[in-house]
Design a protein around this ligand. Structure first.
Ligand SMILES: Nc1ncnc2c1ncn2[C@@H]1O[C@H](COP(=O)(O)OP(=O)(O)OP(=O)(O)O)[C@@H](O)[C@H]1O
Ligand SMILES: [Mg+2]
Length: 410
């Protein structure tokens, strides 16, 4: 395998920080050569609330991955989550310049600038300006207008923004860990890279990354995202409900949920009892598994109803390929069945796949964002074209990517 580049992804989640080092081969295949996962502290619903603790978590994850790989991390693609992530779609039109009247990269970039010039409040930071497609002299659905004869070029873009202060605090923590930022990537878009097929994206699909504190959501149509959002609920809410309902500690509730939890009540034997240690009751007691699962099902039903409202707000019938669930909490028993019932669309659970190397314990849905960040970076290497204009203003290899190519020193 000829190595083309070494990339780093850092997912700073509510429950864990994960740093992955990946080698990208010329054929685009990805090999994990370093990984570090440490429990996160200092974040609330994916937003930094304590700088020192977050820096310590990031440093811990980075150190682990460096030691495993022998590389020293200089820069990384970093995932951004949290309720403050939002999106809007914007169009930009320009007259095609030059006496040939052929669309050049320059025209595309000017159109992109116009689209990007929509008023975005000063308290928000633009994470992505992603081209969705072009309209050339009124002709919609053009994917690549470069070289086409035309008078008027219009671009449709998807703009993802986040609260500027939240982004600045996250960036501060990464930089304080001695890591420069290649690019800040919305967590949902990173997860999408890891779990969605091209066919699904073309048809219309949503990815919902259900983490500990949040759901990172992205809706795709015609191959590109058209809505990106975050819902402020996740697996922690389920654990909290179980702890309160059974008057037990969060730790015990978490164990119960992971080992015995299901949100498909039709599969739970009403006579099954499980033993639990209760607060203030030495020796514990037994509870009905169905009672536990009822608590879990109620919270997850409500969560899917929120998801349904968010999806419907974007438009009816846009997602024939349904919803792909990922994130650690997507491993909950019976989740796809409940999802199908409430959302009334196809639902599947997926984790990352198709990578080699040090994959032990990370080929599960909790690592979709981290692995997706590497895919995102790898896509940028082969681009310099349609995918990522924002980082390729003058054509050729984007400087960011050029930097990434020499981002690491073995
Ligand atoms: N086997 C399992 N069954 C059910 N839930 C699980 C299982 N394993 C992990 N979880 C839940 O997954 C959640 C953690 O998921 P994940 O690691 O994706 O979160 P995160 O990325 O740290 O958080 P966020 O994305 O919200 O910032 C926890 O709530 C945990 O209880
Ligand atoms: Mg996450």
């Amino acid at each position: 395998m000829e190595r083309e580049a070494v990339l780093v992804g850092i997912d700073v989640g509510t429950s864990k920080v994960c740093a992955l080092i990946g080698e990208v081969a010329r054929d685009g295949s990805l090999t994990i050569v370093g990984k570090g996962v440490v429990p996160a502290s200092g974040l609330k619903k994916a937003v930094v609330v304590n700088i020192d603790q977050t820096v310590r978590s990031i440093t811990g994850a980075v150190d682990h991955s460096e030691r495993l790989s022998g590389y020293q991390i200089d820069r990384a693609f970093v995932g951004v989550g949290g309720q403050n992530v939002e999106s809007q779609n914007s169009r930009g039109a320009v007259a095609v310049s030059g006496h040939q009247r052929e669309v050049t990269r320059e025209d595309i970039n000017r159109a992109l600038e116009v689209a990007r010039a929509v008023s975005i409040p000063s308290n928000r930071e633009v994470l992505h300006v992603l081209p969705r497609g072009f309209i050339v002299d009124g002709q919609e659905g053009v994917k690549d207008p470069l070289g086409m004869s035309a008078i008027r070029l219009e671009i449709e873009t998807h703009i993802v923004t986040a609260a500027a202060t939240a982004v600045r605090n996250l960036a501060k923590c990464v930089q304080a860990s001695n890591v420069k930022i290649d690019e800040l990537v919305a967590a949902s878009l990173a997860s999408a890279e890891a779990v969605l097929s091209e066919t699904e994206r073309d048809l219309g699909v949503a990815v919902a990354d259900i983490g500990a504190g949040t759901i990172d959501l992205a809706l795709f149509l015609d191959g590109s995202p058209f809505k990106t959002a975050v819902l402020p609920v996740g697996g922690n809410n389920v654990t909290n409900d179980v702890a309160i309902g059974l008057k037990t500690s969060l730790q015990v509730a978490e164990e119960l949920k992971v080992q015995h939890g299901s949100c498909d009540l039709s599969t739970v034997d009403p006579d099954e009892m499980i033993s639990v240690s209760m607060l203030g009751e030495p020796g514990g007691r037994t509870v009905s598994r169905l009672d536990v699962c009822r608590i879990i099902e109620a919270r997850m039903r409500e969560t899917f109803e929120m998801l349904r409202a968010e999806i419907h707000a974007a438009g009816e019938g846009l997602l024939p390929a349904g919803v792909v669930l990922t994130g650690g909490a997507a491993q909950l028993g019976g989740i796809a069945a409940l999802g199908r019932e409430v959302l009334d669309m196809p639902v599947r659970v997926a984790g990352p796949s198709g990578v080699g190397g040090l994959t032990d314990n990370i080929m599960n849905p909790a690592y979709s964002t981290a692995i997706g960040l590497l895919y995102w970076g790898a896509k940028g290497l082969e681009a310099g074209d349609n995918q990522r204009f924002e980082s390729a203003p003058a054509g050729g290899i984007p400087s960011k990517v050029r930097d990434a190519l020499r981002s690491l020193f073995p």
